[in-house]
Design a protein around this ligand. Structure first.
Ligand code: ZN
Length: 357
């Protein structure tokens, strides 16, 4: 079997080759247009390719680009599966491939969306009278994480201060403070927003129509940026003992729970896999995230800080932008063909076990 094709150089190319592969596989395609455009004025869409009967009770959903730039990997995996494996699937199962859940971040090479919001911190209960979760320790380091000045000297100074802080509280707690989600610093990193975002609202609308018939639902959400190079860690939102976690653990090997503290991910608030019971209330749902490692955590953090600075204090269309975008891309997608080839077997194993479950 051939290796996956190299990662697409841009959102436009990724979208186009995904749609071609979906058409060749005989999938039905639908696109939803995003209100914003990409860096070259290109149209942004969420594209969904569906195979199998519309009224199927067994449904598998594969999502790329929840975190924009992480979609270069997810898109390549979706495309490769469509081109080489879709024909062998059990025909009673419906497979929905959601391409670029956050198309703005995908096109602009950002992890966040058009509002600087991390989609996986945005699915908190916005109707709660207490408001979104608070993360008071983030406030203390907010100005260090995203300083107004991103000169070399300021990067050095703020990074050193952050490292000191990390040593004081411990690396695990530091990761939780930084990446667990925050709702008070809209130009910061891991910001969860001030209400449901465009992609959030789109998902609820799409799910109400397309997941209504599902009795057994698998969701595979594709991520990058944490863990060893090319390794795909399976992360469950549910804790050990929860039926959702136990189903996942029976089907796949090595499932981690970020609630149990053994995952590469910190415990976080507002991830969308946590609301699957609302998206498909009638279904027995088995959601899982695959997190593929790229570079080390410090390089990832520096890329996110540079990106947040560019969009808060710099000019995303100015001369600093290409270098920052290249830094972000390198942190979340490795263009070495060996990387995507290393990522592929884990995805293939996960989707195959889901289709035959
Ligand atoms: Zn992610």
């Amino acid at each position: 079997m051939p290796h996956p094709e190299p990662l697409s150089p841009s959102y436009v190319v990724a979208r186009s080759v995904f749609r071609e592969a979906a058409a060749s596989a005989g999938a039905t395609m639908r696109s939803w247009t995003h209100p914003e455009v990409g860096p070259d004025g290109e149209e942004l869409t969420v594209d969904v390719a569906e195979l199998g009967p519309a009224d199927a009770t067994d449904v598998v959903v594969v999502v790329s680009g929840t975190h924009g730039v992480e979609g270069y990997c997810g898109s390549a995996l979706q495309r490769h599966w469509l081109s080489h494996h879709a024909a062998d699937r059990p025909t009673h199962v419906r497979v929905a491939l959601v391409h670029a859940f956050n198309p703005y971040g995908f096109a602009w090479v950002r992890r966040v969306n058009e509002d600087n919001v991390d989609l996986n911190r945005n699915f908190v209960d916005w109707t709660s009278p207490d408001g979104p979760p608070s993360n008071p320790d983030y406030a203390e380091i907010a100005a260090l994480l995203v300083p107004a000045d991103w000169s070399g000297a300021e990067q050095e100074r703020t990074t050193a201060e952050l490292m000191t802080r990390a040593m004081e509280v411990g690396l695990e707690r530091f990761q939780e403070i930084v990446s667990g989600g925050q709702y008070d610093h809209p130009t910061g990193i891991f910001h969860g927003g001030t209400g449901p975002t465009w992609s959030h609202r789109w998902l609820r609308e799409w799910a109400s129509g397309h997941l209504a018939a599902a009795e057994r639902l698998t969701i595979i959400d594709l991520h990058t940026g944490l863990g060893p190079w090319g390794h795909g860690e399976l992360i469950s939102h549910a804790a050990p003992g929860d039926p959702q976690y136990e189903r996942a653990n029976a089907r796949w090997t090595g499932v981690r729970s970020f609630l149990a503290g053994d995952s590469v991910s910190a415990q976080l608030s507002g991830d969308w896999l946590g609301v699957v019971h609302e998206l498909a209330p009638g279904a027995e749902a088995t959601p899982i995230a695959i997190e593929y490692g790229t570079v080390d955590t410090i390089q990832v953090l520096q890329a996110l800080r540079a990106d947040a600075w560019l969009h808060a204090h710099g000019d995303p269309t100015g001369p600093d932008a290409p270098a920052v975008r290249a830094q972000v891309r390198a942190a979340f997608a490795d263009d070495d063909p060996a990387w995507i080839a290393t990522c592929w077997p884990r995805f293939h194993e996960v989707i195959s076990a889901s289709l035959s479950a």
